[in-house]
Design a protein around this ligand. Sequence first.
Ligand code: AMP
Length: 118
Amino acid sequence: MSKYRKDNVFNKILHNEIPYDFVAENEFALAFRDIDPKANVHVLVIPKGEFSTFYDFHSTANSMQIVGFYSLINEVISSMKLVQTGFKLVSRAGSNGGQEVLHFHVHILGGENVADMP
Ligand code: AMP
């Protein structure tokens, strides 16, 4: 299990310490636009809790936190009108996965063809 570091940028967003481009939220998760978008639609969804990676989240979150998190992803996919045209979900973990921000997050990419996007 990775040790959670509170000084990461997404934890600052969660605590309203820095500005961000709000998209949606529920009790368990927050969605906002990526500051350096790689596609026409590039939204990040983060859980409202201290989880470093995909593995940490799914090992320690309770079922309500997990359902709440994926419900918000689904809500954003719908509100961004990605259901018909398609989209890609990405979650990088750890150094081999290339994760830059050590607060678990899922990228939602779409609004154009993202099939071959690395
Ligand atoms: P990853 O490499 O999967 O950890 O992705 C981190 C993502 O966070 C990158 O796509 C960054 O552009 C994005 N990012 C970093 N800082 C911010 C910020 N302050 N607001 C929104 N997105 C950010």
